[in-house]
Design a protein around this ligand. Structure first.
Ligand code: PGA
Length: 254
């Protein structure tokens, strides 16, 4: 009943020429017939959006995402991009709250909530990322931190809004470090998140919301992570930049 999702976050990598090559190779390698129930999301740099939209247009299983948006409709905000522009470019999703945005661009809970609402206003589905830092885990504060990020952020949405949200648990200590959370560690957090959704939005929402895991997902660990009952897929950074690796990850669902 929940969507299985393999999402690739290219971050600030690959201009249009390299984007064309990667997407073409991925589409060639990905067995869509064998993985019919898996949705692929490509979160690409703004400059690649329209090109990638064109490349995936005959592949309804493959969706386009942006990595960021501005929280207002339009105006004098040099260098920013609006939800309306992203929708027009063909995006169906947008990342909100990635730890790199939280850390390097100081995006806090209120801003992230405003961005999620702005996305929804223009028909984009937010992929809301959250996760604890190593110091939080070591201080036994993981759940407190996650609770704050959820409750001050995406859990402020009402029930109808929340239906269009995908969650991505990304422990910051596992992002780009090669240190993956073990399937047991990840499953424990995912089950807890699903329980929080249940408390806030009810049983149906808890059953329907896809919760992705992110943080050093690779071809050799994806299958073990995705086999966990509350892990509905992955948000993949480094490994999505290699077509073969992303093909294996996208094919790692049982
Ligand atoms: P990683 O990145 O797979 O390179 O750890 C994940 C992410 O930042 O979404």
């Amino acid at each position: 009943m929940r969507k299985k999702i393999a999402a690739g976050n290219w971050k600030m990598n690959l201009g249009p020429a390299a984007a064309r090559q990667l997407v073409t190779e991925f589409l060639k390698g990905f067995d869509s017939a064998a993985n019919q129930d898996v949705e692929i999301i490509l979160a690409v740099p703004f400059i690649d959006l329209m090109l990638v939209a064109e490349l995936i247009k005959d592949h309804p299983q493959v969706k386009l995402a942006a990595q960021n948006l501005h929280q207002l409709d339009r105006g004098a905000y040099t260098g920013e991009i609006s939800a309306e522009m992203l929708a027009e470019a063909g995006c169906e999703y947008v990342l909100v709250g990635h730890s790199e945005r939280r850390e390097y661009f100081h995006e806090g809970d209120a801003l992230l909530l405003a961005k999620a609402r702005q996305a929804l206003k223009f028909g984009l589905k937010p992929i809301f990322c959250f996760g604890e830092q190593l110091k939080d885990r070591e201080a036994d504060q993981t759940y407190e931190v996650l609770k704050g990020q959820l409750e001050n952020g995406i859990f402020q949405l009402d029930e109808a809004e929340f239906e269009n949200v995908v969650l991505a648990y990304e422990p910051v200590w596992a992002i780009g470090t090669g240190k993956t959370a073990s399937p047991e560690q990840a499953q424990e957090v995912h089950a807890w998140v699903r329980h929080r959704i249940h408390l806030k939005y009810g049983d149906l929402a808890a059953k329907k919301t896809s919760i992705l895991y992110g943080g050093s997902v690779k071809p050799d660990n994806a299958m073990f992570l995705f086999a966990c009952p509350d892990i509905d897929g992955g948000l993949v950074g480094g490994a999505c930049l290699k077509a073969d690796d992303f093909v294996s990850i996208a094919g790692a669902f049982l």
